[in-house]
Design a protein around this ligand. Structure first.
Ligand code: TXA
Ligand code: MG
Length: 348
């Protein structure tokens, strides 16, 4: 990443244009949070219904008070521990700090300090808040590489800063900090245990609450392929049923599960393909079998890292169904399972 590329991106933001940038979670589609026209462009390119708030990104935790008001002490303790990092705080909005469209007219605002050198360079040089949802069209799979952004948004974005594959791979944990104790609105890499350790308060959650938060809508993060969640012991039977129905099937499961539980002969038992997928549409077309085993993640963190790339591979491969065994456990595994459930929800 050259300083010139950052300067160009800052110039685009100042001119009201959109810039995609890497964070440690997913790529964001950025607009000047103080420019109503730029934010309107953001909603239109995302295809996002207005009224759904976007997160404001700033370079440092010290900038929280430039957009927020009445931040509780427990929330300050939380960001002291986890910013920069995969954590978004929903706080009371400081009057006049960001334009109304950013917050969907609410009196609260989502704020995040991302942990990625390119994001930090951009935000530091821009020196203001950058409103940024994930850089995908509304409801679809979030991008975790610059290539994902380019293929989704094409010329609708003025610049894409390439920072490589995102380290975490799923969106930030969102914590509502407008009350006396933390309420988790979206699961992510910062876990309930970490929130409790930092604040001394036990978080509750409102993952299916009434907050109009797109990342918390039941159907979200979805590829074109149908996502079906199964247990390891159900895997073989479900794959068999889809095969008999003539469907083209993908299997995504933690390492070791497929070898033990899949009776059918898979097309590809891949290696990790975070940067260079080993499976491509040509493989699927030329192969006799209709089962593709997507490269199995070694652990929950790898599952998060690879999840969206695997769901995108499923579409590139023209699969009808991806049969998925989620990672077991809490923390980042729970965040992955949450995204899989939303991807599996049938769209209207
Ligand atoms: O990891 C992330 O958070 C990524 C990167 C780019 O930072 N961003 C991201 O943004 O996932 P987006 O727009 O795809 O999801 C943001 C979530 C939405 O569910 C939104 O409704 C919620 O944050 N949100 C933002 N401001 C809010 C507010 N004031 N009250 C409640 N929810 C809010
Ligand atoms: Mg999103």
């Amino acid at each position: 990443m050259t300083p010139d590329a950052i300067d160009d991106a800052v110039a685009h933001l100042r001119a009201g244009r959109l810039v995609a940038f890497p964070t440690e979670t997913v790529y964001g589609l950025g607009a000047d949070a103080a420019d109503p026209d730029a934010v309107a462009r953001l909603y239109s390119v995302k295809g996002r219904p207005t009224g759904h708030p976007v997160i404001v990104h700033v370079a440092t935790a010290e900038q929280l008070d430039t957009v927020a008001a009445d931040v509780p002490d427990w929330a300050r303790a939380l960001v002291a521990r986890h910013w920069p990092g995969p954590l978004t705080l929903v706080v009371r909005r400081r009057p006049g700090a960001v334009c109304d469209a950013v917050t969907g007219g609410r009196d609260t605002v989502g704020v995040r300090v991302p942990d990625h050198p390119v994001a930090t360079a951009l935000l530091t040089r821009f020196a203001g808040g950058v409103a940024a949802p994930s850089a995908n069209r509304f409801g679809r799979v979030s991008p975790t590489t610059a290539e994902h952004v380019r293929s989704d948004l094409g010329d609708d974005v003025a610049a894409v800063l390439d920072g490589g594959a995102c380290a975490v791979g799923v969106e930030s944990t969102i914590v509502d900090a407008t009350g006396p104790a933390p309420v988790v609105l979206r699961l992510g890499a910062v876990t309930a245990e970490q929130i409790e350790a930092a604040t001394g308060l036990t978080p509750t959650d409102s993952l299916h609450g009434a907050v109009a938060a797109p990342g918390t809508l039941a159907s979200h993060y979805a590829p074109d392929a149908t996502v079906e969640i199964v247990t390891a012991t159900e895997l073989s039977e479900r794959v068999g049923a889809h095969l008999r129905a003539g469907r083209r099937i993908g299997v995504l499961a933690p390492d070791g599960i497929t070898a033990e539980h899949l009776a059918a002969e898979p097309l590809i038992a891949g290696k990790s393909t975070a940067d260079a997928p080993t499976v491509g549409p040509a493989d699927a077309v030329s192969a006799p079998s209709r089962i593709v085993v997507l490269p199995p993640p070694a652990d929950a963190a790898a599952y998060a890292h690879d999840l969206y790339a695997r769901l995108r591979d499923a579409d590139l491969l023209g699969l009808d169904v991806v049969v998925v065994v989620p990672p077991g456990g809490a923390g980042i595994a729970a965040a992955v399972t949450d995204r899989l459930r939303r991807a599996a929800t049938v769209r209207e």
